[in-house]
Design a protein around this ligand. Structure first.
Ligand code: DAH
Length: 344
């Protein structure tokens, strides 16, 4: 029996080494190691062996089985590797093929301007605040010294949600909200960028939704000169070192006195041209000293502190800075327009 086992092992190993296809290998495996395979047959014959022979033969059977299994799996692996190699060499990757460009978005020009303006004011010690776009009449108007029947409400035609709720017409309500949050503490220096809404018919210079940046400073001994100095610094950082500004008397219910601030025309340097309608000046924002009533309503004592405020239209600044002739370009998202602001 030992000799038969040895012979079987030799011939099986010989056959395995000759196999050239995976299917043949499987057949051989069945032939030798299968349920009705030759090794199994031989094992059945073990019953006729003497008790002394049995362990010796049993060990030999195991050795043969192990040898055959190792040979089968070695061959199997070789087949798999060959198959993989064949696949790899038949499928080539052309690493010289140019890649497909993935179009990347760019920062929107309005976001860019807002960031630029924020950076300037942060440099002056201001904080950036935010407020809700769906606002209460109370904050949008009443806290800004515009009671229900005030004629100046007509200056800002309003989208009402309910009688008390509206889409804010200006970022000025954030003034009141910030003051209340401060609970009478000074100094307060904040700007607030955000969307505002008005019932306007859209055209080249009007939009029912646009963007403002509000500014508010409250402290002891704040005067008109602080307002002018701050806005001059802003104008020079935004539009150039030699910029001049001009303050003209105006009216806003929440400031007294109120001014409109003009920028010397950067197109003609003040000589008068088409851009400034021959005046040499361009209006860029509204401002003033915070009205004592407004301070009082928001918890500040106008006998002790004073403040200035300003509000500017971001689109207007962007249109001036980049010579954009139609406000609607900012909202229609024509990539040919937007790409011009991509400076990498
Ligand atoms: N809220 C005003 C508007 O939308 C702009 C404005 C003017 C804001 C004067 C102010 C200010 O803070 O002091 O027309």
């Amino acid at each position: 029996m030992q000799t038969r086992l040895q012979e079987m092992k030799e011939s099986a190993l010989g056959q395995i080494s000759q196999v050239t296809e995976a299917a043949q290998l499987q057949d051989l495996r069945v032939k030798y190691l299968g349920k009705k395979g030759e090794l199994t047959e031989l094992l059945r014959g073990m019953g006729s062996l003497s008790p002394e022979e049995r362990p010796v033969v049993g060990q030999l059977v195991n050795e043969v089985r192990e040898a055959l299994e190792a040979a089968f799996s070695g061959k199997q692996k070789a087949f798999e590797e060959a198959a993989l190699n064949a696949k790899l060499s038949s499928q080539t990757i052309d690493v010289t093929l140019p890649g497909r460009p993935v179009p990347a978005g760019t920062m929107h020009p309005l976001s860019r301007i807002i960031e630029e303006i924020e950076d300037i004011f942060i440099g002056l010690g201001f904080e950036v605040a935010e407020g809700p776009e769906v606002e209460m009449d109370h904050f949008n108007f009443e806290m800004l010294n515009l009671p229900k029947d005030h004629p100046a409400r007509d200056m800002q035609d309003t989208f009402y949600v309910t009688e008390e709720l509206l889409l804010r017409t200006q970022t000025s309500p954030v003034q009141a909200r910030t003051m209340l949050k401060k609970e009478g503490k000074t100094p307060l220096k904040m700007i607030c960028p955000g969307k505002v809404y008005r019932r306007d018919d859209d055209d080249a210079t009007h939009s029912h939704q646009f963007t403002q940046i509000e500014g508010l400073v409250i402290d002891k001994k704040i005067g008109m000169s602080d307002l002018k100095g701050t806005l001059l610094t802003f104008a020079r950082q935004m539009f150039g070192e030699n910029q001049q500004i001009r303050l003209r008397p105006s009216f806003f219910p929440f400031t007294e006195p109120s001014v409109e601030v003009d920028l010397q025309c950067f197109n003609c340097g003040g000589q008068g041209c088409r851009v400034c309608k021959q005046t040499g000046w361009i209006e860029i924002l509204g401002a003033g000293m915070v009205h004592p009533r407004v301070l009082e309503m928001a918890g500040y004592n106008p006998e002790e502190v004073s403040g200035f405020a300003f509000g500017m239209g971001v689109e207007r600044i962007a249109m001036l800075k980049y010579a954009v002739e139609d406000i609607r370009h900012f909202y229609t998202n024509d990539v040919r327009f937007l790409r011009q602001f991509n400076r990498g």
